[in-house]
Design a protein around this ligand. Sequence first.
Ligand code: NAD
Length: 358
Amino acid sequence: MKIAVIGCGYWGPNLIRNFVQSNKIEELTCCDLDQKRLDRMKSLYPSVKLASNYEELLQKPDLDSVAIATPVKTHYPIAKEFLSEGKHVFIEKPLTHSFDTALELVKLAEEKQKVLMVGHTFEYTAAVNKIKDIVDSGEIGKILYISCTRVNLGLFQPDINVIWDLAPHDISIILYILGEAPVSVNSQGRAHFKAGIEDVATTTLNFKDGVIAFIHNSWLDPNKIRRTTIVGTKKMLVYDDIEPQEKIKIFDKGVDVPPYYDTFAEFHLSYRYGDIHSPRIEDYEPLKKECDHFLTCIQNGVSPLSDGYSGVRVVSILEAASKSLRLSGRSVQTQGLKLLNKKSKNNGNGFLMASSWR
Ligand SMILES: NC(=O)c1ccc[n+]([C@@H]2O[C@H](COP(=O)([O-])OP(=O)(O)OC[C@H]3O[C@@H](n4cnc5c(N)ncnc54)[C@H](O)[C@@H]3O)[C@@H](O)[C@H]2O)c1
């Protein structure tokens, strides 16, 4: 297959490295407006072709697909042009900058029968897949709440706030694990350095059966933290992505309510302090798996795990969070999620998705 990676800034080179190493790729073109970035890619991978303008790639009839790793607001116009030309498209997270544009790309990909995939990298990690298995097995019990912290110092983005930058990872993990989209979102944050670009925010996702998820994102924190805590009725699980070895820890801890009591004096909760267990997880590069999944989906004509609808769900929540920020944290309904949960086939992760094409 012939592929082009558009955007060779911070993240694009990671996609390029993985596609260059894939035995499914016959030709790779690196595209960037910045000649210095193209020169750098050529020095690292002498076999790649270069393009300084993505329009010239639109004219290449033998190009099968593109991977877009440009700033978020450029995702939609670039992807639209390539889908219209009948190319398969991979887009870095978040899919686009708005619900309407994200849904438009999904419809276009369906009309053209092309793969549209979003780079929700964490859905391809061994840790998140292990957590999904543990939760689905019932070991944790019924989930009561999820709490995510993704903070560090910088990198301030010029065009998107910290929620659009960091929360797509947390949201995609939460949706993947719960297999359900929230009914409403609340978000509060502050822009300390650039008007309208919040650098710290806390977002709450409210699910219909009472499950609640909290996401704390910041570019203004002394520590780099990537932690997800899942509290269930039976056990509690902590996923720390910074941990080199024991990324997941399952705590046999909890609170038991006495079965009955007659007087208030008799009422007391009992706390359970049991063992802590860290399951073994496979060691592989998630991005390699993600890139290979995109190519396999093209070969087999099937929807990816993180398909366009998955991208729309995340964008819908990001958009609701942005609206809530402007309303000082008031609750905002997530747009169109009913529609998104109504697709025809189940992909095994709780969500219904478009049928395969062959
Ligand atoms: N999956 C992940 O973990 C992850 C991590 C970081 C960034 N990202 C995503 O990757 C995307 C890019 O982020 P980044 O941090 O690499 O940004 P960046 O600013 O470092 O790089 C973007 C590159 O795109 C180029 N570019 C801009 N417009 C272009 C156009 N029209 N044609 C060709 N090239 C163009 C720029 O010259 C620049 O080199 C974003 O969507 C971001 O959210 C994903």
